[in-house]
Structure formats: structure tokens, C-alpha cells
Design a protein around this ligand. Sequence first.
Ligand code: HEC
Length: 112
Amino acid sequence: MKTIFKRLIFSLIIAIAIAYNTPVLAADLAEGAKIFKVECAGCHPNGGNIIRRGKNLKLRALHRNKVDSIASISALVANGKNNMSAYGDRLSATEIDNVSAYVLKMAENNWR
Ligand code: HEC
């Protein structure tokens, strides 16, 4: 009886873990690409930055400026920074994660 209960709790925890992790694990790059086109490409065409050239989205700049993970990019996008406005009110957390995953992926591919 006790082991059955333990197993039940264990499966429940796994199920919850899977349910909550899904959006992170399955970052939707196609969705991210669409959001990027609409919201970001105006200032960041081809991963550049028309306002502050050094703050572009190429891998070297992302490393230098320590925004080189999905989490750190998402935080910057949600909160904004200097001349870049915050997207926390306009995009959902999932949308921000998707566009951030897209940015990182494109940076890794040198925006090709
Ligand atoms: C109005 C123009 C504008 C738009 C639109 C814009 N950005 Fe930015 N972005 C900037 C500027 C300016 C900076 C530099 C901020 C600073 O002073 O550090 C920046 C910085 C960044 C950085 C950090 C780059 C680095 O090398 O430090 C990332 C990542 C980024 N933007 C992603 C995005 C994403 C994703 C979107 C769309 C959701 C977006 N930006 C929309 C202007 C913009």
C-alpha cells in the first residue's frame, strides 16, 4: 500500500514537471521568427542594431554583453534597456522565450 502511494506521488511529480517544462523545452523557433520580424527586425535587421551598433545580436556581442542565454535575453526583452522598450506587457512569457530562443539560434548560425 505504501509503495503504491509513493509511486503515485512520484508519477504525479513527474507529470507536473513535464507539464511545466514543455514551453521551455519546446521553444518554438518558427513562432519566434514571426515575432522577431514584427517586433524586433526594425531595430535589429539581420541581427544588427541600428541605434547602438555595439549592442547587436551577433554571438560575439551577446557574449561580451552577457546576454548569451535564453534566460538573459528573455529578461532584457521583458524589461527593456535604455532605448529598447520593454516587451513584458506586450508579449507573453512564452512569446518572449520563443523570440529569445530564435535570437540565440540565429546568433549561433551567424544570422544566416
Ligand atoms: C526601438 C528599437 C528596438 C527594438 C524594436 C528592439 N530593440 Fe533590442 N535593442 C535596442 C537597443 C537600443 C539596444 C541596446 C540597449 C543597451 O543600451 O544596452 C538593444 C539591445 C538588445 C539586446 C542585447 C544585445 C547586446 O549585444 O547587448 C537584445 C538581445 C535585444 N535587443 C533583443 C531584441 C528583441 C528580441 C527585440 C524584439 C522583441 C528587440 N530587441 C526589439 C533597440 C531595439
